[in-house]
Design a protein around this ligand. Structure first.
Ligand code: DC
Length: 252
């Protein structure tokens, strides 16, 4: 492995993607959004009208899929199926609802883990997901496990939903958050788990900028990395873009 790899794992709604993007920008690293890869394969299977409750059909469907990604320091990672840019199309509630069928299939995980490791060969990467520090990059230079209580994550999401004009109660959102945690943690291969050598960060009381800053500090002290001077507007734009990428349910 050449160059540093920083892994950021944690449950949905902990703020991983905004924070990972801010860290990538400050440290001049490429940003890999592994959730987007699972989303793209889910969209591919939905389009092929496979029975999502049949793992064999899913495995067959992804066998020859042409999935590619384009990583950047700034802005979102772009995702392509064949030549089609599906970066925005993978952010629908329907895709979010169906991901667990696809993410549970071993062939899917093996396919994406391989692809992620190939991307990692060039180093200089901040990668975000559920299994990055445990399974995909066990030798990463710095591992972060980010969390916030289900109540805090549900409250944040509920506030976002209200701002988008959706009518849903806090209790419903909390139930949804708990269900996703259950599915993510219970996954046999690549389930959400803290790596033994990961630094735990509780984001409950902190802003994305504060959490990103503490990761940048760790990278500077432990990895002797240098920060780039980024003007405030670029940081604010990265934060806003990450927020805008959430789907209609406020989910990312
Ligand atoms: O980060 P996200 O919410 O966009 O991820 C969507 C789903 O993809 C998430 O619920 C679980 C799955 N996922 C996974 O199984 N492994 C990863 N490394 C990243 C995401």
């Amino acid at each position: 492995m050449s160059g540093n790899i920083i892994t950021i794992d944690g449950p949905s709604g902990a703020g991983k993607s905004t924070i990972a993007r801010l860290v990538a920008l400050r440290l001049g690293l490429r940003y890999l959004d592994t959730g987007a890869m699972y989303r793209a394969l889910t969209l591919h299977c939905m389009r092929a009208a496979v029975h999502l409750d049949n793992p064999k059909e899913i495995a067959d469907c992804i066998k020859d899929v042409k999935l590619s990604v384009k990583l950047k320091h700034e802005g979102p990672m772009l995702v392509f199926l064949e030549e089609e840019d599906v970066t925005d199309k993978i952010r629908t509630q329907e895709v979010t609802r169906n991901i667990h069928y696809v993410a549970d299939v071993m062939e899917v995980r093996n396919f994406l883990v391989d692809m992620q490791r190939k991307i990692g060969e060039a180093g200089n990467l901040v990668t975000e997901g559920r299994d990055q520090g445990t399974l995909v990059f066990p030798n990463a230079s710095l591992k972060i496990y980010m969390f916030a209580t289900p109540e805090v994550r549900a409250r944040r999401r509920h506030t976002e939903l209200m701002q988008r004009g959706a009518e849903t109660s806090y209790e419903e959102v909390l139930e949804d958050v708990s269900k996703r945690d259950y599915l993510d943690m219970g996954r046999e291969l690549g389930g959400l788990k803290k790596a033994l050598d990961a630094v735990e960060l509780d984001t409950s009381e902190l802003s994305p900028e504060q959490v990103a800053e503490s990761i940048v500090k760790l990278a500077k002290s432990r990895l002797k990395m240098q920060t780039r001077k980024i003007d405030k507007n670029a940081l604010e734009a990265a934060r806003r873009q990450a927020e805008a990428q959430k789907d209609d349910s406020g989910e990312k």
